[in-house]
Structure formats: structure tokens, C-alpha cells
Design a protein around this ligand. Sequence first.
Ligand SMILES: Cc1cc2nc3c(=O)[nH]c(=O)nc-3n(C[C@H](O)[C@H](O)[C@H](O)COP(=O)(O)O)c2cc1C
Length: 265
Amino acid sequence: MIFAASCTEKKPEPKYLVLYYTQTGNTKAVAEEFQARLNADIDAIEATVPYDGDFQATIERSGKEREEGILPEIKPITRNIADYDVIFLGYPIWFGTYAPPVATFLNQTDLSGKKVVPFCTFGSGGLDSSVKDLKAKQPTADIQNGYGVRAARLSRIKDEIDRFLKENGFIEGEFTKLEDFPQQHPATEEEAAIFDAAVNGYPMLNAKAESVSQRTIPGGTEYLFTAVPLPREDNPDAKLPPMGPVKVYVTVLDGQQPEFTQVIR
Ligand SMILES: Cc1cc2nc3c(=O)[nH]c(=O)nc-3n(C[C@H](O)[C@H](O)[C@H](O)COP(=O)(O)O)c2cc1C
């Protein structure tokens, strides 16, 4: 079904601020796409002592800070939050939630009454869990639907952000409204093979598809799998606690390889 988001009355344009933290540039790329599409102001949250080591060094420093209950200091934000109606707040997912410099920002800033649109980048997932944490942290802010994308799928952000902004009424234009996923059924061999192809080689996700449902999306099919972790012996490298069943979204665009879009733990 094609929907057109349009307004007949001319309302004054809201003032948008895109505010983000990035360590390796992925969230910055998403932030800049939102900024360009909304003609927004943009600002970055920066740690006073940057997390500038490699992945392992960052895991170690932030893991230690988490254990000790320490949050990093951040530099002052140059924009004045009070000047804006809508804040697009972007962050990488670290340990299942927004990265610590954003936690520091949220400790220092009261977003009461502001519309806040969360967005994030991640290796496998974390939009839902981080938005839940954000709502708990700022219960009087008006937290809107969020957007999340895997670091491995940044090439898709133009189309996805276009759709996200239309679907959520931030820009006008036609978009196809997606049907809900129907009830899941046990995965067939063919469907399990789609799951395996999508998660192939992703070390954090050593799991087997159990049940699935699917829906049509523009240019292809989207699957929602429920998967169960395989025994740990099969996955000696993963230094992760055992996990319960996970939900895995997989997209198959016509003529292309299956790719997973997010994991919900
Ligand atoms: C310390 C650390 C912890 C991370 N934890 C997670 C995680 O829990 N889940 C996940 O999907 N990705 C995780 N990642 C991957 C990042 O979310 C991903 O690479 C992100 O796109 C980085 O964004 P940036 O380039 O804007 O810094 C982690 C990365 C780091 C450095």
C-alpha cells in the first residue's frame, strides 16, 4: 500500500539538531545523512580523553570503566539544546547500549519535553535495548521511534533513512507501508539456509534458525527468524555469556545475497 505523508496546513519548520558520538566514523556517516536530509544543525559529543586505541584497547578501557562504574568526561557541547525542537541523538552500541560518552551527556542534560529521535550503528544490534535505557534515563523526554543500522550495511543508509524520515513524518513523500509479520512457523530447510547465508561468518552469532515468518518489502523479502544458540564447543572464540533465543531480521533483496539487518537479544 502506498502512503503519502503530506500536510495541508503549513506549520513552522521545527528546528532540528543532530547530535552524535562516534569513535570510528560509522555513526558520523549516519548523522551526516540525517543532517543533510533535514537541513539540521549538527554537533558531536567528544570524550575529553578520546577512545583512540584499536578495537581491543577500547573494549579493555571501557570494560574496565564499566566495572569501576566510571563514565568518561566529555567536552562541552557547542550548540544550545534549548534552541531546538527535535534532537536526533546518535551513538554506536557498546556492550548492548549507547556508548559511554552519550551516557555522560545524558547525565548532564535534561531533555524533558524535547522530541528525541535515537539512532545508532552496531555490529549486530542494540537499537531496542539502547532506546529502553534511554527512556529509563530520561523519562520525561518524548522519545520517538529510532533507527539502527549494522556497520556492515552503511551502504544502505540513504534509502533506509529516506524511508524512516517519511514513515515517521519528518519529510514528505510516498513510501510503501510494510505489512506486519504473520505468525512464525517452523523454519524449513530452505529458510534455514537463508538464515545461515545471512549470518555466515559473523562470530557473535553462532545460532540455528528454529522458526520464521516473512513479509514483502520494496525490492525483496524480509524474514524474522527466531534462532537458538548452538553449543559453545562449536564457537570457542566467542567470549560471550551463553545467550537465550534471539530474533534475527534478514533481508533478501531481489538477486542479492541474504543479509541480516539486526539481532534482538
Ligand atoms: C567497546 C565496544 C563495544 C561494542 N559493543 C557492541 C555490542 O554490544 N553490540 C554490537 O552490535 N556492536 C558492538 N560494538 C560495535 C560498534 O557498535 C560498531 O562498530 C559501531 O558501528 C561503531 O560506531 P562508530 O564508528 O560510530 O564508533 C562495540 C564496539 C566497541 C568499540
